[in-house]
Design a protein. Structure first.
Length: 121
């Protein structure tokens, strides 16, 4: 079995917890393979999160959708606790370097706080 055949969960990467710290996010745009360039069509967001239970490693999680989350990147003065719905991660082999890298995706990001959880789609 090779690493690219493994499907990883958030608790597996984060010491048993599905709670991570959101530090930033950016819009993701569609790539036109035929013309080999990025388009202006937004297809989702890429969320940068720190894994407190995973030696504070950073991961990027892609979430589809164009609706702006309930928080803006400039409002992230400090890390915000979140989790991801239907999180999935796997390794892939970079064809240029031959190294294994991690790719992650989810259906949505959920902002966690003491009062209630707020789903950001």
């Amino acid at each position: 079995m090779t690493p690219d055949k493994l499907n990883l969960t958030l608790p597996l990467l984060n010491g048993g917890s599905d709670r991570v710290l959101l530090t930033n996010f950016v819009a993701v745009y569609e790539y036109d393979k035929e013309n080999k360039k990025w388009t202006d069509k937004q297809i989702g967001f890429s969320y940068e999160a720190v894994l407190p239970g995973g030696n504070y490693e950073k991961i990027n999680v892609k979430v589809p959708g164009t609706k702006m989350p309930g928080i803006k990147p400039e409002d992230l003065k400090e890390a915000v606790p979140v989790t991801f719905a239907n999180f999935s991660a796997k390794f892939y082999r970079d064809f240029r370097s031959g190294e294994y890298k991690l790719t992650a995706s989810a259906d949505s990001v959920i902002l966690l706080n003491d009062d209630e959880d707020l789903m950001l789609k």
